[in-house]
Design a protein around this ligand. Structure first.
Ligand code: NDP
Length: 276
C-alpha cells in the first residue's frame, strides 16, 4: 500500500518494458522494509523534457534513465555533477528542493563490476570496443582507475575520434580489424550493442589477446554472449554485464531511499529470474 509518505522512484526509457531495474530496486525495497516504490515509466523522446521537469511536482525522489534518454537528458538538468558532465550522459536523476540533478552511476557500476571480479589496475593498455554513451562511461572509469593507454575500436571512426578528442592523449583509435589493438592489452570491453538478443554477434578476432586479459561485455541479455563464450574458451577471465547493472544501482538506490544496499548472489539470482 502506498501513502503520501511513500518514496517514489522509477526508470524512464522508450521502450522500458524489458528493464530489470524495477525488479532490482524492488528487491532492495523489500529487503530493507522501505516504504517506497520503483516503477517503469515509458517516456517517448519528445516528452522527456516535460516528464523530467515535472518530477518534483509529480512527487518523485528520483529516476534512472535508460535507452535512448541518457545523453539527451543532460540538457534538461537544473544541475549536473562533474562525472555526468565528463561522460556526457545522465543515468540517475535526483530530485532535491524542487530541482533536478543529473548524475552518472554507470562509471561506478563498470568499475565495481570489474574490481569485484578480481581485475587489478595496472600499467598495461586496455581496449574498448564502441564509442557511444556506454563506451564513454567505460573510458572515464578506466581513466579514473589510472589507465594511460586506452585503445578505442568503433565501426564509425568519427565517433571514436570524438571520444579521443574529449578525453585526450591517453586515447588512441584503431580500425575494426587492426589486431594491434588487442596486443598486450589487460582488458577488452564490449561497449557496443552487438551480441544483444536480436542483434548480430560481436565479430572480432581474439588471436592477439593475451591469455591473462580480462574480457567484459556490457550486454547482459544473453548473460553469456558469444563474445564472452569465445573469450572463455581460450582461457580468458570473463565478466558479464549484469554485474554492472547491479552495481550502478547501488548509488542510485542510496540517493533515492537513504540506505546503501548490497550486491549479493541472492540479488543476482532474483534479477536473473526476471529476464525476458
Ligand atoms: P549507443 O547507441 O550510444 O552506442 C552503440 C554502440 O554500438 C556504438 O559504438 C555503435 O557503433 C555500436 N554498434 C551498434 N550496432 C553495430 C553494428 N551493427 N556493428 C558495429 N557496431 C555497432 O548505445 P550505448 O553506448 O548506450 O549502449 C551500448 C550497449 O551497452 C547497449 O547494449 C546497452 O544496453 C549496454 N549497456 C549496459 C549497461 C550495463 O549496466 N550492463 C549500462 C549501459 C549500457 P557506431 O558508432 O558505429 O554506430
Amino acid at each position: 500500500m502506498s501513502s503520501p509518505a511513500t518514496k517514489k522512484a522509477g526508470i524512464m526509457g522508450w521502450p522500458v518494458g524489458h528493464s530489470l531495474s524495477p525488479r532490482l530496486h524492488g528487491y532492495w525495497l523489500k529487503e530493507h522494509n522501505i516504504d517506497g516504490s520503483y516503477v517503469p515509466l515509458a517516456v517517448e523522446p519528445e516528452k522527456l523534457r516535460n516528464r523530467l521537469k515535472a518530477l518534483p511536482a509529480d512527487g518523485f525522489c528520483g529516476v534512472n534513465l535508460t535507452i535512448p534518454h541518457k545523453e539527451e537528458a543532460l540538457r534538461f538538468m537544473d544541475h549536473a555533477d562533474p562525472l555526468a558532465l565528463r561522460v556526457g550522459a545522465v543515468n540517475t536523476v535526483i530530485v532535491a528542493d524542487g530541482r533536478i540533478e543529473g548524475r552518472n552511476t554507470d562509471v561506478y557500476g563498470f568499475t565495481q563490476n570489474l574490481l569485484s571480479a578480481g581485475y587489478k589496475r595496472g600499467n598495461r593498455p586496455v581496449t574498448v570496443i564502441g564509442a557511444g554513451g556506454a563506451a564513454r562511461a567505460a573510458v572515464v572509469a578506466l581513466l579514473d582507475m589510472g589507465a594511460k593507454d586506452i585503445r578505442i575500436i568503433n565501426r564509425t571512426r568519427d565517433r571514436a575520434l570524438s571520444v579521443a578528442a574529449s578525453f585526450g592523449e591517453a586515447i588512441s583509435v584503431y580500425v575494426w580489424d587492426d589486431k594491434r589493438a588487442l596486443k598486450n592489452t589487460s582488458l577488452l570491453v564490449n561497449a557496443t550493442s552487438l551480441g544483444l538478443k536480436g542483434q548480430p554477434p560481436l565479430d572480432i578476432a581474439l588471436d592477439e589477446l593475451p591469455p591473462d586479459a580480462y574480457v567484459t561485455d556490457m550486454v547482459y541479455v544473453p548473460l553469456m554472449t558469444d563474445f564472452l563464450k569465445r573469450a572463455e574458451a581460450r582461457g580468458n577471465k570473463t565478466v558479464d554485464g549484469l554485474g554492472m547493472l547491479l552495481h550502478q544501482a547501488v548509488p542510485a538506490f542510496t540517493a533515492f531511499f537513504g540506505v546503501k544496499p548490497q550486491v549479493t548472489p541472492a540479488l543476482r539470482s532474483y534479477v536473473l529470474e526476471g529476464r525476458p
